[in-house]
Design a protein around this ligand. Structure first.
Ligand SMILES: CC(=O)[C@@H](O)[C@H](O)COP(=O)(O)O
Ligand SMILES: NCC(=O)COP(=O)(O)O
Length: 246
């Protein structure tokens, strides 16, 4: 069964909209662990719009007794502040994204042409020297798999935002096939395959069914929205069930 890594970005976003510390990121991290999530994901963006560096250090301390089985996945662009943070925290996994500092969200993967390869390859070497699994966030495009291998990645995370949009539009067959082919080619190349972005309780099951050998889904935005209806623990249980094909 693919693992569920709960992304805490949107808990932090709500917290940052007041100066009261509510909702408390630690409380929701602890509750996610108790609810059976397999790990936590954070994306400490340069502008700290949601997850702050202080959150990352807090989560590192909180998760120590639970790791390495319960994994910490830190996402971000491999600029010095992120790489220094990762070197200090040593998460089990680091997912590199090609986001510009002010990006609205992560809405595309690495293409890994010469310029991006010159950034990604040394960053991946640094991550592996730290003992972290190095994951590259890529579009659902089988042709990028070979370049991810050349970059030295341990795995890929397939960006599923375009799949989620096509699913909403009712015409997701083609992009789902692209996700499936990207997954198959990556698995054949010995890479771990994760997925993430805009996954929800409607679009997750068909994706899981089409991607045998999927390792992990990192989910935050829609899970947090669902938790406003079902509660945090029940939302996590529902996403785990969807990942288990139930
Ligand atoms: C890489 C990815 O798709 C998400 O994990 C990303 O963290 C979303 O960032 P925002 O939560 O800032 O939209
Ligand atoms: N890598 C994807 C992630 O961590 C969460 O993305 P989303 O569910 O917030 O869109």
């Amino acid at each position: 069964m693919a693992k569920l890594s709960v992304n805490l970005n949107k808990i932090a976003l709500l917290r940052n909209s007041r100066h009261t510390g509510v909702p408390d990121v630690e409380t929701f991290a602890r509750a996610a662990h108790e609810a059976g999530a397999h790990g936590l994901t954070v994306h400490p963006r340069p502008d700290e719009r949601h997850i702050r560096r202080t959150d990352v250090f807090m989560l590192d301390r909180l998760m120590r007794p639970w790791r390495p089985g319960f994994e910490f996945n830190i996402e971000g662009y491999p600029e010095p502040r992120l790489m220094d943070l990762v070197a200090e925290v040593k998460p089990e996994q680091c997912t590199l994204v090609p986001d510009a500092p002010g990006a609205f969200t992560s809405d595309e993967g690495w293409k890994l042409g010469p310029d991006q390869m010159a950034v990604a390859k040394p960053a991946i070497a640094q991550l592996k020297a730290l003992g972290a699994r190095a994951i590259l966030f890529v579009d659902p495009n089988p042709d990028v798999v070979g370049r991810a291998v050349e970059a030295g990645a341990d795995g890929i995370e397939i960006y599923t935002g375009s799949y989620a949009q096509a699913f909403r539009d009712g015409n997701h067959a083609e992009i789902l096939a692209a996700c499936a082919e990207t997954c198959a080619r990556a698995r054949a190349a010995g890479l771990a395959v994760n997925v993430g972005h805009d996954l929800n309780l409607d679009n997750l099951s068909p994706l899981v069914a089409a991607l045998p050998g999927l390792a992990e889904a990192s989910i935050g935005h829609e899970l947090t929205a669902d938790a406003l209806i079902f509660g945090w623990a029940d939302a996590i249980a529902r996403y785990k069930a969807a990942l288990a094909g139930q």
